[in-house]
Write a protein that binds this ligand. Structure first.
Ligand code: GDG
Length: 549
């Protein structure tokens, strides 16, 4: 099986290499994202820095893509360590290489209050909650004077990022491709378009869902119009799924005055400039992941975790994030134990939870709710020797990969999720032909639904039944689904994610966008680019080796 994945990885890599060879030798590539690929922790005790992998799916994906291109990567300083490193390096790059991953990293250092407003008020929660349908609309959000003040900080940090990018563009004589990432940097394209020549190509990839126009109405018109009109200054705007891309087009048609939306061609024209709206489902670096899964470190975690498994093992791995729907996942498990008592004593649910955004009140509350829910189920069903749920709280990526190898069932039940890389990682490394129970709200369902048991995320009974079905599935059916998933992920790995973007960039270079002459069908080398494709189908004991909550 592993050999099979390698074959795909090699041919995908070869396709990517050839387009990189063609496009990038004479062009500079700049990647910009809020979080950088590494974070520095400063230790006062021994006056030294420790570099740690940045957390979350955006870092997983872009780091993998940077294996192929040696980009300049500009990010915000997130930790005190990052700030100190930035102060020491000044205008120079941090040259980073690990294995075959190489990039030249630069931090921008917004003021502390400015960063708090940009990150902790506007990006998370305002935009994140908005784009995950997480506001409780009769009560929240409340756009107050403070929110408006924070919005100005959001704009200022975007301006700082745009300035750093523009300086970097000016530093060389080469043509440049700027790839922006995610909701923290929505206002960058507009500023860059004013500052840079037309030769500089700007793309923006949005890692999270794009909600329908009705929900965007929760934002004041001035905020949302700034966001939409800035994004329309890109050459290409990338989304995870066809549904999110369609939502963007509908949003511009409804809420952006003067926008000309061509849904056939999937373009929006504003002020004489046309942005192409495209779909690039993000993925994983299959061969690097398999290598990691075979490492000594992961093997040791696997051995330790085996002792925690039951006759059947359900696993989930998430940031502690309300949109991941962790509590309902536990409630579905509780329902399973209630409806099928034969599982008691035999099934274990191992939940690996990475603390996230603990400065945001809702996240602090959510981790408490998780503890209470797991504790309640454990109290209800534990029999002295067997405890149904075990929580592993803390940052430990190798341990998470080990857990993915051991599941009989992987529960991925977010309310809504841009993609969800855990589903793709699990499908790739699992050693037990395990079954994935997958929410139709995860972007991954658009691609992987056929190889998983798809559930509606609020449906506790339906999720419990899917867990039951997965646990009872014949080996033959498990094998068939697991193989289908492995193949699907391997065919569209991270190299292909980048390849499809570079292919579209190649199509634009030297050719101004024209809504009339170009249709989405022109890009059908990537089946994912067809917007008419089917829409998204649509503790008591806390084990931790780093943080106890
Ligand atoms: C956002 C979007 C989209 C797991 N444990 C640890 C750890 N992980 C890794 C996982 C996976 C990544 O973190 C999480 O990625 P997801 O995609 O599941 O979720 P988000 O963080 O919400 O990512 C999402 C993604 O961006 C990419 O576009 O798919 O929809 O919300 O790779 O294995 N990472 C670290 N420590 C751990 O303990 N550092």
């Amino acid at each position: 099986m592993i050999g099979y994945n390698h074959t795909h990885s090699e041919s995908n890599r070869a396709r990517l290499d050839s387009i990189v060879e063609e496009l990038l030798p004479n062009r500079k590539l700049i990647i910009a994202s809020n979080r950088g690929p590494i974070e520095y922790q400063w230790s006062e005790d021994n006056s030294s820095f420790e570099a740690r992998r940045g957390s979350g799916g955006v870092v997983t994906a872009i780091s993998a893509a940077s294996r192929f291109t040696n980009p300049v990567w500009i990010a915000s300083a997130m930790t005190e360590g990052d700030r100190k490193v930035a102060a020491q390096t000044g205008v120079e790059y941090i040259d980073w290489s690990q294995g075959d991953q190489r990039y030249r990293l630069k931090f921008i250092t917004p003021g502390k209050q400015e960063f708090k407003d940009y990150y902790g008020v506007i990006s998370n929660p305002l935009l994140w909650f908005l784009q995950h349908y997480m506001w409780d609309a009769p009560r929240t959000p409340n756009i107050t004077r403070d929110t408006r003040k924070a919005w100005l900080s959001y704009a200022r940090v975007n301006a700082r990022m745009a300035e750093a990018i523009a300086d970097e563009v000016a530093r060389g004589q080469q043509e440049t491709i700027v790839m922006l990432h995610d909701y923290h940097l929505y206002l960058c394209p507009g500023i860059l378009r004013d500052r840079l020549s037309r030769e500089t190509l700007i793309t923006h990839f949005i890692h999270i869902p794009w909600t329908g126009p009705g929900y965007w109405g929760l934002l004041p018109a001035e905020f949302r119009e700034q966001i939409f009109s800035s994004l329309c200054c890109c050459d290409i705007l990338g989304f995870q799924t066809a549904l999110y891309a369609r939502n963007f087009l509908a949003t511009c048609a409804e809420l952006l005055p003067g926008a000309i939306v061509d849904t056939e061609a999937a373009t929006v024209t504003t002020g004489g400039h046309t942005v192409r709206v495209r779909v690039y489902p993000i993925s994983i670096d299959v061969s690097a992941l398999i290598e990691l899964a075979e490492s000594v470190e992961v093997r040791e975690h696997r051995q330790r975790l085996r002792a925690r498994c039951g006759d059947h093992t359900i696993v989930r791995i998430d940031r502690v994030e309300p949109s991941k729907n962790i509590v309902r996942g536990f409630q579905a498990f509780e329902q399973l134990l209630e409806d099928y008592p034969e599982y008691r004593g035999r099934v274990k649910f191992l939940a690996f939870l990475v603390p996230s955004r603990l400065s945001v009140e809702e996240y602090k509350k959510y981790i408490e709710e998780i503890m209470v829910s797991a504790g309640w189920i454990n109290t209800r069903f534990s029999d002295g020797t067997w405890q149904p749920i075990e929580l592993f709280v803390g940052e430990n990526y190798p341990r998470a990969i080990a857990a993915m190898q051991l599941y009989d069932v992987l529960l991925v039940n977010p309310l809504i999720d841009g993609m969800n890389l855990v589903a793709k990682e699990g499908a790739t490394v699992n050693q037990k032909n395990g079954v994935i129970v997958l929410s139709e709200g995860a972007g991954a369902a658009e691609q992987l639904g056929e190889g998983a048991l798809v559930v509606s995320p609020a449906d506790i009974i339906g999720t419990a039944e899917a867990l039951h079905k997965a646990l009872e599935m014949s080996l033959e059916d498990r094998l068939r689904l697991a193989e289908w998933l492995r193949k699907s992920v391997a065919e569209e790995d991270i190299a292909m994610w980048l390849y499809h973007q570079l292919e579209d960039i190649r199509g634009i270079i030297g050719k101004p966008a024209s809504p009339a002459s170009e249709s989405v069908g022109d890009h059908d080398a990537s089946p994912a680019n067809d917007l008419d494709e089917k829409s998204s189908a649509q503790a008591q004991a806390v084990a931790t080796d780093s943080a106890v909550v």
